[in-house]
Design a protein around this ligand. Structure first.
Ligand SMILES: [Zn+2]
Length: 273
């Protein structure tokens, strides 16, 4: 496997499937990687992961709830075409049909649609993680994990090339800062009309989404209890479902990367087929 492709140092449980290759030489052995024939996790998350009413999705997306974000929200400038697209996305999401809502609107540019939605997902995850930062500490989460079988080591491929093992709060801080930097890079995410997207845009967007997924996976596996206590469960499920429908629609994340939440994904998506 190319080191560059796996720059974030994903460490899956390589022995779970004979077809799964170890991700990279630098990766440490996965925690508890002995075969686990019954994928038991995250049962509670799945049991509770019913479709949230459209009204909840709306209130979430329109930010009517108090929002403590982890990093500053990334704004799409009002009056821009991307802002129009964002409003279109919000309006179609309100219809409650997520499969339809994620589709590329007629006549629109795919890069631009992916860009707008990527910014939106960053903002959603930023807010969701922001609500549970008190529970995600060096002590509670000394490693960045998604259940007992998946551990992630951070590398961004530029500043940190060799994956480093660090706590979840540190990893997520690195991750969200890195995503912010990409979103703020005008050469990658041009906000001005007429400025083209770079040729590598889609591959950067895929890496961003692949990494953002890990924050969902960490929250579901390690912090679902406080999510329930804070009554953020419907938000989390709606946001994650939207995210999954979006990445499925455009094939943006490898199935293998989604393995830590595969059962939940199947549950969330089977109802809407
Ligand atoms: Zn944590």
């Amino acid at each position: 496997m190319a080191a560059g492709r796996e720059a974030a140092g994903r460490v899956p449980a390589p022995r779970r499937s004979p077809r799964t290759r170890p991700p990279c030489a630098a990766a440490a052995a996965a925690i508890g990687s002995r075969a686990a024939p019954s994928p038991a996790e995250p049962r509670r998350a799945q049991a509770a992961a019913g479709p949230a009413p459209a009204a909840i999705a709306m209130s979430f997306l329109f930010g009517s709830r108090s929002s403590k974000t982890f990093k500053p929200k990334k704004n799409i400038p009002e009056g821009s075409h991307q802002y129009e697209l964002l409003k279109h996305a919000e309006a179609t999401l309100g219809s409650g049909n997520l499969r339809m809502a994620v589709m590329l609107p007629e006549g629109e540019d795919l890069n631009e649609w992916v860009a707008v939605n990527t910014v939106d997902f960053f903002n959603q995850i930023n807010m969701l993680y922001g609500t549970i930062t008190d529970f995600c500490t060096e002590e509670s989460c000394p490693v960045m994990s998604a259940g007992p079988k998946y551990e992630y080591h951070w590398a961004d491929g530029t500043n940190i090339k060799k994956p480093i093992k660090c706590s979840a709060p540190k990893y997520i801080d690195y991750l969200m800062t890195w995503v912010q930097d990409q979103l703020d890079d005008e050469t990658l995410f041009p906000s001005k009309i007429g400025v083209p997207f770079p040729k590598n845009f889609m591959s950067v967007a895929k890496t961003i989404l692949k990494r953002l997924f890990r924050v969902y996976a960490h929250i579901y596996h390690q912090h679902f209890d406080p999510v329930i206590q804070l009554q953020e469960e419907a938000h989390l499920n709606t946001s994650f479902k939207h995210f999954i429908f979006f990445v499925q629609e455009f094939n943006l994340i490898d199935r293998r990367e989604l393995a830590p939440l595969q059962e939940l994904i199947e549950k969330l998506t089977s109802k809407d087929r």
